[in-house]
Design a protein around this ligand. Structure first.
Ligand code: BGC
Length: 576
C-alpha cells in the first residue's frame, strides 16, 4: 500500500460565515415536483416550507431552488416571465419569505436559480419588442435579424437549437406582415437576451439585489457560458463553427471571454453583502476553461459534470477527482460534485443501464453539440434505445449508493437532487401524451427528454399521489413508488434515506481541510482515499469481493459480510 497526496498548495484562512459553501451539501429542489400544499397537482413554496423538518433531518447545508418564477412552463420554469416574482401557482413573495425564514431557522442556506441567457417570450420586454419596429431600442434587448432570401423567409442561419429544430423563429410585425427572426438557443419560447445591451445588464443587477435583499445566500447561474455573443454581419453555417466546448473561446456564442466581464460586475454585487453571496456556474465548457467561472473574481464556483458523465469505473472516477481537485486548487474555488439533477437520467438508472449499447441515432447526436442543458450528457438516449428489461435496478442502486458515499467523502461541495435520497430510479414509462419536456418534442424517437427525473416525489405510500398532493400529480407517478415512499424509508434503518441521513450528518462532523490522500491498493478496481481527520473512504468498483482494509467501519453503502471482504459496488467509510 502506498500513499499519494493531494494537499492544498497554500492553506487558506477560512471563515465559517463566508465560506459555508466550500464544502456544503446542497439539495436541489425542483419546486413543481417536490410537495403540493394546495391540491392543484403542482408543488409549491408552502409545500417546501412544510417539509423543512424533513430537510433538516436529512442533514443538508443548503437548498438550491430551481426556478419558481412566473412561467408558461415551456421549459420547466427555465422560461421566465418575470425575474422578480413568484409563479402564482407556486405562491407569493410572502410565501417565499416564509420559506426562506423557515430554512434559515433550520440552519439551511438558500441558493436560487438565475436564468440570464434568455427570458420567456411572455416577458414584458419581449412583448414590447414584438410590438415595436425593427431597429428599435425594445428589439435591441434581444437578438433580432432579417431573414435571408428575397422576402426574408429563410432563417438568418442554419443553426440548430439545443432542443432540436432551428435556433431562429420568425415573428409577425405589428402591421401583420411576416417579419424579422429572433435567436433562441433553447426552445422558441426562450428568446436569447442581447448582453451588449446596457439595460439588460442593469436589470440583472437589480434582480440579483432583489433576491439578495430578501435573504438568499447564493445563486446558481443557468447556462453561465452563454450570454455574450458575437454575431458578424454574415453568419457562418453551423458546420463552419468551432466545437462548442472549444479550448480557445472562439465560438460565436458559447464560452466567450467577454462573459467574464459580466461576472466580475456580479461579483461586486455579491460582495456588497455580508456575508458575500455565493454563486455557482452551470457552464458546459472545456475543462481547461472552467477555472475562470470559478475564480474568486467571478462566480466563485462552477459545476463540473465529470463524475456525472463518467461510467461507474475506478479509473474514470480517480482521474476526474484528481483533475478537479487540482483545478480547484489553482483557482481558489472548491470542487463541486454531482451525479443527478433535473436534466439527467437519475444515476441509479444510468448505472443499471451502463452495459446497454448506444443506439445509432443517439450516438450521432452525442458527437455533435454537447447539450448545454444536459439531457444528452445525462444519457436520456440510453433509455430511448434500452427497453426496461435491460435495466438492472438492484445493481444500479447499489452502484449509485456506493458512488454517492464516495462523493460525500470528497473535499468540496456535493450537489444532491431531490429524490436521490430515496434511491429513486428514473420513471421510464411516462406515456408520450403526458410528457412535458421540449427536448422530447423536438427530438422524436431519439431523446425521451427529462421528465422521468422530474416526477413528483413519493412521500407517503398510502395517500393520494403518494402524499405529494391531495389530488394528483402533474406527471404520472409509477406504482413502484409505493415501495420507496419517504415515510416507509423513515422506519427502515437500512433504507437509502437513512443511509443518506447518516452520511450527511457524519460528513458535517468529519469534514476537515479540503485535502485528500490517495491510498494505493493492489486491486485497480478499488479506490481508497483518506481525509485529514483520519476518515477513509474505500470503494469496490469491481465485480468480485476484495479484502476490506483494516479499521473501524463507520458506514457502509451495502451489506458488509462477516468474512472481512468488501462486496462489489460498495463503499465503506472507516477510521483507522
Ligand atoms: C437548465 C435546463 C434548461 C436550460 C435552458 C439548463 O442549463 O438546467 O433545465 O432547459 O438550461 O434554460
Amino acid at each position: 500500500m502506498t500513499v499519494s497526496s493531494h494537499p492544498r498548495q497554500k492553506p487558506r484562512q477560512l471563515s465559517p460565515a463566508h465560506d459555508w459553501w466550500r464544502q456544503a451539501s446542497v439539495y436541489q429542489i425542483y419546486p413543481r415536483s417536490f410537495h403540493d400544499s394546495n391540491g392543484d397537482g403542482l408543488g409549491d413554496l408552502p409545500g417546501i416550507t412544510a417539509k423543512v423538518p424533513y430537510l433538516r433531518k436529512l442533514g443538508i447545508d443548503a437548498v438550491w431552488l430551481s426556478p419558481f418564477y412566473p412561467s408558461a412552463l415551456a421549459d420547466g420554469g427555465y422560461d421566465v416571465d418575470d425575474y422578480r416574482n413568484v409563479d402564482p401557482r407556486l405562491g407569493t413573495l410572502a410565501d417565499f419569505d416564509e420559506m426562506t425564514a423557515a430554512l434559515h431557522e433550520a440552519g439551511i442556506k438558500l441558493i436560487v436559480d438565475i436564468v440570464p441567457n434568455h427570458s420567456s417570450d411572455r416577458h414584458e420586454w419581449f412583448r414590447e419588442a414584438l410590438a415595436s419596429p425593427a431597429g428599435s431600442p425594445a428589439r435591441d434587448r434581444y437578438i433580432f435579424r432579417d431573414g435571408l432570401g428575397p422576402d426574408g423567409s429563410e432563417p438568418p442561419s442554419d443553426w440548430q437549437s439545443i432542443f432540436g429544430g432551428s435556433a431562429w423563429e420568425r415573428i409577425t410585425e405589428p402591421d401583420g406582415t411576416p417579419g424579422q427572426w429572433y435567436l433562441h438557443l433553447f426552445a422558441k419560447e426562450q428568446p436569447d437576451f442581447n448582453w451588449d445591451n446596457q439595460e439588460v445588464r442593469e436589470d440583472f443587477l437589480t434582480t440579483l439585489r432583489f433576491w439578495a435583499d430578501r435573504g438568499v445566500d447564493g445563486f446558481r447561474v443557468d447556462v453561465a457560458h452563454g450570454l455574450t455573443k458575437h454575431l458578424p454581419e454574415t453568419l457562418p453555417a453551423e458546420i463552419e463553427m468551432p466545437g462548442m466546448a472549444s479550448e480557445h473561446g472562439q465560438h460565436l456564442f458559447w464560452d466567450r471571454d467577454e462573459v467574464h466581464d459580466i461576472y466580475a460586475q456580479w461579483r461586486q454585487v455579491f460582495n456588497e453583502y455580508d456575508p458575500p453571496r455565493m454563486a455557482v456556474a452551470e457552464a458546459w465548457v472545456h475543462p481547461s476553461r472552467r477555472a475562470r467561472y470559478a475564480s474568486p473574481e467571478g462566480l466563485g464556483q462552477a459545476f463540473n459534470f465529470d463524475l456525472l458523465t463518467a461510467d461507474f469505473d475506478a479509473a474514470d472516477f480517480r482521474s476526474s477527482i484528481t483533475r478537479n481537485l487540482a483545478e480547484a486548487d489553482a483557482t481558489g474555488a472548491s470542487s463541486t460534485w454531482v451525479f443527478s439533477n433535473h436534466d439527467v437520467v437519475r444515476h441509479p438508472t444510468r448505472y443499471g443501464l451502463s452495459a446497454a449499447p448506444v443506439p445509432e441515432a443517439a450516438a450521432e447526436t452525442e458527437t455533435g453539440t454537447p447539450m448545454a442543458g444536459g439531457a444528452h450528457d445525462g444519457k436520456a438516449w440510453l433509455l430511448a434505445g434500452a427497453p426496461e428489461h435491460e435495466l438492472d435496478r438492484d445493481l444500479g442502486l447499489a452502484r449509485a449508493k456506493a458512488a454517492t458515499l464516495l462523493m460525500l467523502a470528497l473535499p468540496g461541495s456535493a450537489y444532491l437532487y431531490q429524490g436521490e435520497e430515496l434511491g429513486l430510479h428514473e420513471v421510464t414509462d411516462i406515456p408520450d401524451g403526458q410528457r412535458q419536456d421540449p427536448a422530447f418534442f423536438r427530438n422524436p424517437g431519439v431523446d425521451i427528454g427529462r421528465d422521468g427525473c422530474r416526477v413528483p416525489l413519493p412521500w407517503d405510500a398510502d395517500h393520494t399521489a403518494f402524499g405529494f398532493s391531495e389530488t394528483g400529480a402533474h406527471l404520472p407517478q409509477p406504482q413502484w413508488f409505493s415501495k420507496v415512499a419517504a415515510e416507509l424509508q423513515e422506519r427502515n434503518p437500512r433504507s437509502t434515506l437513512n443511509l443518506y441521513r447518516k452520511a450527511l450528518w457524519l460528513r458535517q462532523i468529519l469534514q476537515g481541510p479540503e485535502e485528500l490522500q490517495w491510498i494505493e491498493e493492489d486491486d485497480p478496481q478499488v479506490l481508497h482515499f483518506a481525509r485529514p481527520q483520519g476518515w477513509h473512504s474505500v470503494t469496490n468498483f469491481g465485480d468480485k469481493p476484495v479484502p476490506l482494509p483494516a479499521g473501524l467501519v463507520l458506514l457502509s453503502s451495502g451489506v458488509l459480510p462477516q468474512d472481512g471482504t468488501l462486496r462489489p459496488a460498495t463503499t465503506v467509510w472507516m477510521t483507522r
